[in-house]
Write a protein that binds this ligand. Structure first.
Ligand code: NAG
Ligand code: NAG
Length: 265
């Protein structure tokens, strides 16, 4: 129904969604292709199996959309799983193969100052049958230019909740550039560097205490912490926002339930 040419990580701004007035229940779907996705109706999300290094994958990776639920207090949530079956290959064990995620499709391209809150509830289980390398994170992109998430003036922000197998953030070898005390119940160390492929600066926050299957918080606090560190101002635009898992190798199933939305002022 929607046919778009999606540039990786550009999906948000590429999506000009028509207003949907029909309510239909979308069936569970297995997304196993390199750039397979499903745009959820009557919800602010796209579910995406983004295999940006598909050529390096020996095995398979699927992102499965399960269903949407509404919690007792009316918060809408999406249930998904990421099923990774990727062989460890010595020469590519440090190459991330892709990103399995739920991305926002509504209220993006908004200045931080115009955002009231970004409530997030994320719970997950991961079951590994072989060693797995990868993480669970939030990934947002900002830019002083509305809608621009590909040029080098973009800023990619990562909040790692959990990681294993020795995954390291971009900029790790340069050492920590800052710390943030007491955000979402832990302290965080900031690593920064330029992604050689995109030319975009990536700022990754690593938690002192990893989250073990449950995260709850207002992600606007994260953006404001980055403003406080001088990375951009509240006048910058939030162009992309999503939650998901990066993977390098391993045989692993991650089941997750996510509530995430941007509330405007
Ligand atoms: C709604 O309930 C969920 C748990 O199901 C909780 O995490 C969240 O904070 C609640 N939201 C509000 C606005 O009370
Ligand atoms: C993960 O989800 C799948 C599909 O819904 C289910 O069959 C499986 O039991 C779940 N695994 C765990 C550990 O919850």
């Amino acid at each position: 129904m929607f046919v778009h040419t999606l540039v990786p990580l550009l999906f948000s701004s590429a999506l000009a969604l028509p207003t949907l007035t029909t309510r239909t229940t979308q069936a569970s779907t297995e997304l196993c292709g390199d750039y397979d996705y499903i745009i959820l109706q009557d919800a602010p999300w796209i579910v995406y199996n983004m295999l940006y290094n598909a050529d390096e994958i020996v095995g398979t990776q699927c992102t499965n959309y399960g269903e949407m639920t509404t919690s007792a207090n009316g918060t809408k949530e999406v249930i998904c799983s990421s099923v990774t079956d990727i062989e460890y290959v010595e020469s590519t064990n440090n190459v991330p193969k892709g990103y399995s995620f739920v991305g926002l499709t509504q209220n993006l391209e908004t200045k931080i100052s115009a955002i009231d809150s970004i409530p997030a509830e994320y719970s997950w289980t991961r079951t590994n049958t072989t060693p797995f390398k990868g993480n669970i994170c939030f990934d947002f992109m900002t830019n002083d230019i509305k809608g621009d998430s590909t040029s080098s003036s973009s800023h990619e922000l990562m909040l790692w909740l959990q990681y294993e197998g020795g995954q390291l953030p971009i900029g790790w070898t340069d050492g920590a550039v800052a710390t943030i005390d007491d955000l979402f119940g832990t302290s965080w160390t900031l690593y920064e560097g330029v992604n050689d492929d995109s030319g975009i600066t990536v700022s990754t926050l690593m938690p002192e205490t990893q989250f073990e299957g449950v995260f709850e918080g207002d992600l606007k606090e994260w953006l404001l912490a980055m403003v406080e560190l001088g990375r951009f101002t509240e006048g910058t635009y939030v162009n992309v926002g999503n939650a998901g898992t990066e993977f390098f190798y391993g045989n692993s199933v991650m089941n997750s339930t996510l509530g995430l939305q941007i509330n405007l002022d």
